[in-house]
Ligand binder design. Structure first.
Ligand code: HEC
Ligand code: HEC
Ligand code: HEC
Ligand code: HEC
Length: 165
């Protein structure tokens, strides 16, 4: 009996703990990433993204569609997340960095970002095909099919190799 309630208590604590850490991180918006990710020498990820269809995904919605939860949940990162966690991210950013890389409040400091392991521990996501399939699926009224390799090429924003590498 006691063992059972102890185990249940542990399980609840475990759930609660995970829930809290997942909840800690906030969505800071692409402007924060721009500070460090816009130099041509390190790949200008911000510029590449801002010229991509993802950054303009709200522009293709017309009139009331821009407020329709059925559309914006895929067309704007800000619409698909807990509103309490919005800390800079706006609707007009469309599909922003944090849709794919996770909410940035925990990992965006230089000392954390420089250390991949630390950054991942603080919420950074290295996206895979699965990340894309959250939105690129047949629930989209304009679904055109999805080939990860081809689609990834169109949005690629690599860090170029440093000299001598
Ligand atoms: C204070 C500067 C700074 C800010 C702000 C910043 N980054 Fe970084 N980021 C870095 C540095 C430095 C690296 C390491 C680059 C390297 O390895 O050459 C990095 C690496 C990364 C990587 C590659 C991780 C890997 O190992 O593959 C991703 C993805 C990334 N940042 C995304 C973001 C996103 C998204 C934001 C905004 C939410 C952001 N960063 C904000 C400095 C920053
Ligand atoms: C499940 C996610 C999802 C939902 C829900 C969704 N979209 Fe999209 N939408 C996408 C994706 C992904 C694309 C990119 C098209 C592709 O390559 O498949 C897209 C593309 C579009 C385009 C560009 C047209 C084109 O041919 O590329 C328009 C316009 C659009 N969506 C309107 C809407 C409207 C209106 C709604 C709500 C009724 C909606 N979407 C709901 C994911 C979604
Ligand atoms: C939060 C939802 C979401 C996620 C996650 C997402 N996308 Fe998209 N993607 C969209 C929407 C919406 C559009 C349509 C934008 C438009 O037409 O303006 C789109 C458009 C695109 C396009 C342009 C297609 C065309 O018709 O030219 C490419 C390429 C693309 N996505 C690749 C990817 C890849 C690769 C991933 C994963 C690494 C990914 N997307 C993740 C929502 C998403
Ligand atoms: C649609 C999804 C998507 C969006 C939006 C997106 N990224 Fe990425 N990003 C990826 C994928 C996929 C990779 C490659 C991951 C891997 O290494 O396999 C990547 C890689 C990176 C890298 C590492 C590149 C390297 O060569 O190691 C950096 C830095 C980065 N992204 C920053 C950003 C920033 C900053 C933004 C917004 C301005 C952004 N990303 C927006 C999907 C996305």
């Amino acid at each position: 009996m006691y063992v059972k309630s102890f185990l249940i208590a542990c399980f609840l604590l475990f759930l609660g703990g995970n829930y809290l850490t997942a909840q800690d991180y906030e969505y800071v918006g692409a402007g924060k990433c721009k500070m460090c990710h816009n130099k041509p020498s390190t790949g200008a990820q911000y510029k590449i993204w801002s010229e991509s269809k993802h950054a303009k995904a709200m522009d293709v919605l017309k009139g009331d569609e821009k407020k329709d939860p059925k559309c914006i949940k895929c067309h704007a990162t800000a619409a698909g997340v807990n509103p309490d966690l919005l800390a800079g991210l706006t609707m007009n950013e469309g599909v922003s960095c944090e849709s794919c890389h996770g909410p940035g409040s925990g990992y965006k400091s230089l000392s954390t970002m420089k250390d991949r392991k630390k950054a991942i521990a603080k919420g950074l996501i290295i996206p895979t095909e699965k990340t894309c399939l959250k939105c690129h699926n047949d629930k989209s009224p304009n679904f055109k099919g999805f080939n990860y390799k081809e689609y990834f090429k169109k949005i690629a924003h690599p860090i170029p190799p440093k000299e001598g590498e």
